[in-house]
Write a new protein. Sequence first.
Length: 177
Amino acid sequence: MAYDATRHHRRTVRLKDWDYSWPWWYYVTICVQHKGSLLGHIVNENMVRNDLGDIVNESWLWLPQQYPYVELDEFQILPDHLHGIIVINEPRRGGSRTAPTDGQKVKPLGGLIGAFKTVSTKQINKIRNTPGISFWQRSFHDHIIRNEADLYRIREYIKNNPLQWDIEKEGRSEGGE
């Protein structure tokens, strides 16, 4: 059967005129391939990460180490996905004690998520002895945080997400989303 580009076209949900390398606050959700619960489990409404969940945690924390213009705010790893707030700041221009970074190119949000997925997947595949296998779903969900009220609401959602796990899991097993 011949490849049909129209059949496999993905509609973008990104904001049309927004540059995702602009300094801003972004909320993201990144899901494990096939929604597999591979990162740990919920016990008494708390997430207990396994080795793969620990790799995801380390890889997430690696982002601001690798990209100094990135800050991480609230985040939560769940059995089959990660919620997090990423802050992209202006690249540092160098002060009296730092080397100037003029010309430093800011990686857009999609590039940052891609770097996270690559780093975590390589380590996970090494442990699982599954070289070259995709671990994460192809894309990710993002939301540009609009204001302080939006930020507060999203932080609370992320913090309380493990409390909702059993309710959401029940809905998924009954055919809900």
